[in-house]
Design a protein around this ligand. Structure first.
Ligand code: SF4
Ligand code: SF4
Length: 353
């Protein structure tokens, strides 16, 4: 079953070509089935009985759910709505490819692990997200060091529960995802934190947009790590060395598009002394790197998509691409191209006294 909103969007998108050139996956594969239009057409054909779910099951997972199509749609349609619902139906009907089911099973098993309380007691809780990635670990260490230098007392969860964003992308709005989200909300509320500072923008999006829509209340104020650090800068709590060089910034989709946050990262980059050069498709119109979820089940497709983004930095002749998301950095680092991908907080830590 597809919702009325999904069916209405499918009707609008199935014969429309207007955003096909802005789909980062379709751009690098050149495959018609990787365009929003084709996905809508396949679902419309199924409604009319001229195709079956098993025919398009794989195609629905070849999408980063980046919402570039939706952001650029002049008429306000959102293909991720029907793609996410189609995935939910595909999984429920047992038609998801094995390589996707393996990732879903892994995410469900990880959530079953026992959670532990916070490391310390403080008003500020740092939620890292993007579990198991080396980039998240490195980003968290660098961010923690910046907070310490700024005199901010903070705590972390010793066994951080998943926020549910990966599972949500794969199986949509289901009871399983909401159960994961509830466990995470309970763990955060149990710390008594007044503010939760979130490193992974995908997790921040869940806390700020999906959790409230599902009736899950976080007692702490939610703020992204970039916004929090920029606030410390404004308050004069970050003392910077002055660096030199030209960099570009890759806006994470969830941060720039979903949370509409683009300036704090740029303020931090400029405060470090770097010249900032913008790529094509920056800020809210950012081009997706592929993302951790796509990488988990289709690493070659994610790598190709990441290479497409790195080529944007190469095109403006900038050798350093910064980003502020453990997922983006992890995926971009595997892409081909000349630009070196670095984490904003690692650089911020190096340049903070
Ligand atoms: S999202 Fe908008 S531009 Fe893209 S296919 Fe649908 S109607 Fe066309
Ligand atoms: S959400 Fe992103 S990857 Fe998916 S169809 Fe739209 S533009 Fe392409």
């Amino acid at each position: 079953m597809l919702s009325g909103k999904a069916l209405h969007t499918i009707k609008a998108c199935r014969f429309c070509w207007m955003c096909r050139h802005l789909c980062p996956v379709g751009l690098v594969t050149g495959k018609e089935s990787n365009t929003p239009r084709a996905k809508a057409l396949l679902l419309d054909m199924e409604q009319k009985g001229t195709t079956e779910m098993k025919v398009y099951a794989e195609d629905m997972f070849q999408c980063a759910l980046c919402a570039s199509c939706a952001t650029n749609c002049e008429t306000g349609y959102e293909p991720p709505v029907f793609i996410r619902e189609a995935r939910r139906n595909i999984v429920a009907n047992g038609l998801a490819p094995d390589y996707v089911m393996n990732v879903i099973d892994k995410l469900m098993a990880a959530d079953a692990e026992t959670q532990k309380p916070a490391s310390e007691t403080a008003d500020v809780l740092v939620y890292i997200g993007a579990h198991g990635t080396e980039t998240a670990k490195e980003m968290a260490e660098a961010f923690g060091s910046v907070l310490t230098k700024a005199g901010v007392l903070y705590m972390t969860l010793t066994a951080e529960p998943a926020d549910g964003n990966e599972l949500y992308d794969l199986i949509g709005e289901t009871a399983e995802v909401k159960a994961v989200a509830k466990k995470c909300a309970d763990a955060i509320n149990g710390t008594g934190a007044k503010k939760v500072v979130v490193l992974n923008p995908s997790a921040a999006r869940m806390f700020l947009q999906e959790y409230p829509a599902w009736g899950l209340e976080l007692s702490a104020e939610v703020v992204t790590a970039t916004a929090f650090a920029a606030e410390l800068l404004k308050e004069g709590k970050l003392k910077m060395k002055q660096a030199e060089g030209v960099v570009t910034f890759h806006d994470p989709c969830r941060l720039a598009r979903d949370l509409e946050e683009t300036e704090p990262a740029r303020e931090l980059i400029r405060a470090m002394g770097y010249e900032l050069k913008e790529m094509i498709q920056s800020k809210k119109l950012t081009k997706c790197c592929g993302g951790l979820v796509l990488e988990a089940h289709s690493p070659k497709l994610a790598q190709l998509t990441a290479s497409g983004r790195i080529s944007d930095a190469d095109r403006i002749d900038v050798s350093v691409m910064l980003t502020a998301c453990p997922g983006c950095r992890s995926v971009l680092q595997k892409g081909d191209g000349k630009a070196e991908v670095k984490d904003l907080f690692v650089l911020l830590n190096e340049n903070t006294l």
